[in-house]
Design a protein around this ligand. Sequence first.
Ligand code: GLC
Length: 406
Amino acid sequence: MHTLQDRIETLMWENRRSTDGFTYTLPSPELYPFQWLWDSCFHAIILSHFDVSTAKNELRAAFSRPLSDGILPHIIYWGSDTAATNWGREMRGDIINKAWGVIGTSAITQPPIMAYAVWRIFENDGDEAFLREMYPILEAHYRGILKDRVLDDRALAFIVNPDESGEDNSPRFDIQQGLPAMHSADQSLDRRLDRIREHAVCQFQARDCMSKYFAMADLPFNVILFESLGYMSKIASLLKLEDDASYFATTADNVQNAIKQTLCIEGVCRAYDLNSSQSIETITWAIFMPLYGGLLSEDEAKRLVDDWLLSDQRFWSEFPIPSTSMEESSFDPVGGFWRGPVWMAPNWFVYKGLKRYGFDDVAETIKQKTVDLIELSGFREQYNPLTGEGIGAKNFTWGGLVLDME
Ligand code: GLC
């Protein structure tokens, strides 16, 4: 009888590849045959539970191809250009790969959880040399985000493309994408391709593109940013870089305060769209990210858990947590990409947030239901929150995060 940990280790080894002296993990060999940035941070966290040195190599590969402004790209198309061009024709990955304006990577990023991943590895083995090796890359990345993505004195960071949220087709972006609540995957892809074409016009200069096209202060991105800036401060301090340590501590505070003041009302926080100056009313699992970031008072947290998470009209489905509230007209438990199905990274973020506020029983139930999903349907990209049926990519790595639900 193989334990869950055995099965996760086997999956992680089977998805491991080497190219050009780097080794890295594919999220799913069939559907995602390259390296994705926030996936690799999740991989590093999973791997740190059984092989810290492989976890380090995962990040070395993910951090090896920064863009010219220091920001780390969300995809590295390891291998030949042909491999990338032949990839996922029905997903039009071939067109997207060619459109970025840079060779071998994408030109956008993903939620900035990198400093946290590095810190988690350091916590395992106390290897300061690893921190020293990673620091300049991380420093350039976070300074790049703060310089290119913070647009005004509110200190919030804006994303330039829905894919930068990591939740490519979340209904949070429907209004800005000009998409109705129910639409096909093709319609969504068309709009995402339009964004890339527009960005080619503004030469992928985020500030310029954002003033014309798409600029969203997304909630998970900003919560993850302020938390990781805090870890940057800790890392800098350990490396005796006192000026950097205080710079990152101040910027972490600024982002944290800006989230509270600009995005949150009475403990309910939402994304904010720059170009229409409106906050996004659609409720998705992102409403729980302030728990992870510790942004709420005890009362606000309790209300959020009781009224939203544990509501069987909203998020308490047979298999929680649906990526979009079941009350939303965009909720689609099977066909909607980030529009209903359960994804394992949100379950992990919410688990951590619940533990932080002492909701241990609810956290334990989410962990158990997450394990149940794997037992029932294997390692899939998404799961139907009503039935537990697996959806999308197979042999998908994010289920490994249950090892880190502790
Ligand atoms: C999908 C997900 C994104 C992930 C990628 C690779 O595009 O939306 O978050 O990084 O797949 O797994």
